[in-house]
Ligand binder design. Structure first.
Ligand SMILES: C[S@@+](CC[C@H](N)C(=O)[O-])C[C@H]1O[C@@H](n2cnc3c(N)ncnc32)[C@H](O)[C@@H]1O
Length: 190
């Protein structure tokens, strides 16, 4: 499908973003979403991924965090906060080591200077990875992380390998090939 067709399809289905199709493909391939699961959505606004989780598994509990505001979604507990401060959110902090799935579609603001952007992406990915490891259930937790194919990609994949028993890379069909975005999947935190 042409990449813009995904945006049209999202609009037709009443979904908040075309990003849902990327997550849907990864969830189908990894079987990472279970019923009655506890899910943490990092960088959640405008809410497409949270909306998809609640649609696929209505009994799941979703906690969502973003710097920007997000319109309410039934059954999603949203907190407007920087991910670096996630521990100050009492409701989420109480759930450390309890989450079944952590999903992150975080992206920093780009400066256009590739060396700076690559460092910013790596730093944000590293913070997110640490957060996922702290909040996931140690026996069967699963993590989906958006990152970018750049000179630091191998480094962040290596960090994932140090943190999870199983690590896989995904490039979903709905992801624009030019965008360079790519997804890392981790299962069972070490
Ligand atoms: C691509 S969007 C997420 C789209 C979302 N998954 C969806 O389907 O609707 C990336 C989000 O990351 C958020 N973000 C970037 N840096 C952040 C940070 N340090 N803490 C929290 N959110 C951040 C942005 O505000 C933005 O809403």
């Amino acid at each position: 499908m042409h990449t813009d067709s995904w945006a049209i399809k999202a609009k037709k289905l009443g979904l908040r973003s075309r990003a849902v199709f990327k997550l849907e493909e990864i969830l189908t391939k990894t079987k990472a979403l279970k019923s009655n699961g506890l899910v943490l959505d990092i960088g959640s606004a405008p809410g497409g991924w949270s909306q998809l989780i609640k649609t696929l598994e209505p009994k799941s509990d979703v906690y969502a965090v973003d710097l920007l505001p997000m319109d309410p979604i039934k059954g999603v507990y949203f907190f407007q906060e920087d991910i670096t401060n996630i521990d100050v959110i009492k409701e989420i902090s109480l759930l450390k080591t309890k989450f079944d799935l952590v999903i992150s579609d975080l992206a920093p603001n780009l400066t256009g200077i590739s060396a700076v952007d690559e460092e910013n992406i790596f730093e944000l990915n590293s913070i997110t990875l640490k957060t996922a490891v702290n909040y996931l259930n140690k026996s069967y937790g699963k993590f989906i992380l958006k990152t970018f194919q750049n000179s630091l990609f191998k480094k962040i994949r290596l960090e994932m390998e140090k943190s999870f028993n199983i690590v896989q890379t995904y490039k979903p069909a709905a992801s624009k090939s030019k965008s360079g975005e790519i997804y890392l999947y981790g299962e069972r935190p070490l």
